[in-house]
Design a protein around this ligand. Structure first.
Ligand SMILES: [Zn+2]
Length: 182
């Protein structure tokens, strides 16, 4: 039977969460609150301030993704503004649009995936999905903001620019977080 150091963290009843420190110290193995019998290795332990919990992880993830979304909106907005301005001002080839979309998408993928799990505080598919959603939203918002001033000439151009960028960002994020860590 494992030895429990009850002074470090109070043991909690696996059934009802009651603090069993006095019960365990007295050598009893039945919860006075709910009446369940327990073994020492079934006990849960107190959470202390500074402990990692899922809530802390989700909060860190949300903050990380928010900052990266903001950075993506700014960087992508600058790329879109330059691209649309070029297309409207000079007789440049439509290839510029494709290059900007793929380049901007990869940049956004890089912004989102760089040391993502470390920044988020945990390693989970939730973080990867969150990054993909954040990237798509940020790319959409960045282009929408620029188009209030510099509208694209066609819906097709908008669809290509946004679609390619989101696709490139997702490939980058999934590749660098999931595939490289396998
Ligand atoms: Zn109990």
């Amino acid at each position: 039977m494992p030895v429990l150091n009850a002074r470090l963290r109070h043991p909690l009843c696996p059934g009802c969460g009651y603090d069993l420190v006095a019960t365990v110290q007295a050598g009893r193995r039945r919860c006075p609150e709910c009446g369940d019998e327990f073994e020492l290795d079934e006990l849960r332990h107190q959470v202390r301030p500074g402990d990692w919990t899922l809530l802390v992880g989700l909060r860190m993830t949300a903050r990380t993704l928010a900052w990266r979304s903001a950075a993506t909106v700014i960087a992508w907005g600058a790329i879109c503004a330059l691209t649309i301005w070029l297309l409207q001002t000079y007789p440049v080839s439509g290839i510029v649009l494709w290059v900007a979309a793929v380049g901007g998408g990869c940049l956004s993928g890089f912004i989102f995936s760089r040391r993502l799990f470390e920044a988020a505080g945990f390693d989970s598919w939730i973080v990867v999905v969150g990054a993909c959603v954040g990237a798509a939203l940020a790319l959409f918002l960045g282009l929408a903001a620029v188009e209030t001033v510099l509208p694209l000439s066609s819906g097709f151009a908008r669809f290509m620019l946004l679609g390619l960028a989101v696709f490139a960002a997702w490939v980058w994020i999934v590749h660098s977080t999931v595939i490289e860590s396998l």
